[in-house]
Write a new protein. Structure first.
Length: 267
């Protein structure tokens, strides 16, 4: 499954008024206006949660053009100091995660719909997909809306670190012929990435926030990590990539990236 299928000719036909730039690589890179949404809920343990959704550009490294959107999800506790217990023992139950995922899917689709014609990627907890009930709920919620973006994909968070990679492979197989694509979010570890070959994923996401791709030794390790991932899957999506490292990442085998915001901190 081609998760980010738009080539230069396809993108040239998009006329969304929110687009910035053009699809011509000689012109300034295409970017989309920032989109955000948020919602809140109370867990079964009566913990207040605030969830933010931020749509970020997925840039095709070959052309430097934005070809899709990835929705980043940030979960915060509410209720002051008492809410800190959320991150201690007995965090969230499976039903809480499923509720967060379903609401993320509904609101995330609305965010993605604001850039019509594009594919989009939304996060989902592995614990939701690990149950047949959770898979059915997500599949129904994601296909019931006829106005959903073309090529909607779910990014599995936490599945690659599971000790039962065969279970992850089974979920990928169940979704293979469906309308929703599957992307696997994996820890940036070459040994773990090599083990993902049997899952037959179309795309793997690697978070470069904790990967040294600045120092000389770090750059060499980062290139090796990308090369391993590209041997396993046809598409490699890097998130939190430093923009100036895009050419080196593409040369190493990465196909797409979500760049880290390089904003100055103010105190």
């Amino acid at each position: 499954m081609a998760l980010f299928p738009y080539g230069p000719q396809d993108r040239a036909g998009l006329t969304d008024p929110n687009l910035i730039g053009t699809a011509n690589p000689s012109q300034p890179p295409r970017r989309y206006q920032p989109e955000e949404a948020s919602f809140s809920l109370t867990s079964r343990g009566r913990r207040g949660l605030s969830i933010s959704l931020i749509a970020q550009d997925i840039v095709e490294l070959d052309t430097g053009q934005a070809v899709s959107r990835r929705v980043r999800r940030i979960i915060r506790h509410t209720g002051g100091q008492a809410g800190l217990s959320l991150f201690g023992r007995g965090t969230l139950e499976g039903s809480d995660l499923r509720r967060i995922d379903l609401q993320t899917l509904r609101m995330g689709v609305t965010l993605l719909r604001r850039t019509p014609g594009l594919t989009g990627v939304l996060p989902v907890f592995w614990r939701t997909l690990a149950t047949s009930h959770g898979r059915f709920a997500l599949l129904y919620a994601g296909t019931h809306d006829e106005a959903q973006p073309t090529g909607l994909s779910l990014e599995i968070m936490g599945g690659a670190e599971s000790s039962r990679l065969d279970a992850v492979a089974e979920v990928f197989e169940q979704f293979r012929t469906g309308p929703i694509g599957m992307i696997l979010h994996a820890a940036p570890d070459p040994g773990l990435v090599r083990q993902l070959e049997g899952i037959h994923a179309a795309c793997v996401t690697l978070d470069f926030a904790g990967v040294d791709h600045v120092s000389a030794d770090g750059k060499s390790g980062a290139r090796d990590l990308i090369a391993v991932a590209r041997q396993v899957v046809p598409q490699v999506l890097l998130v939190n990539l430093r923009p100036e490292w895009a050419p080196a990442a593409h040369e190493a085998g990465a196909t797409h990236a979500v760049f880290a915001p390089m904003e100055k901190l103010s105190l």
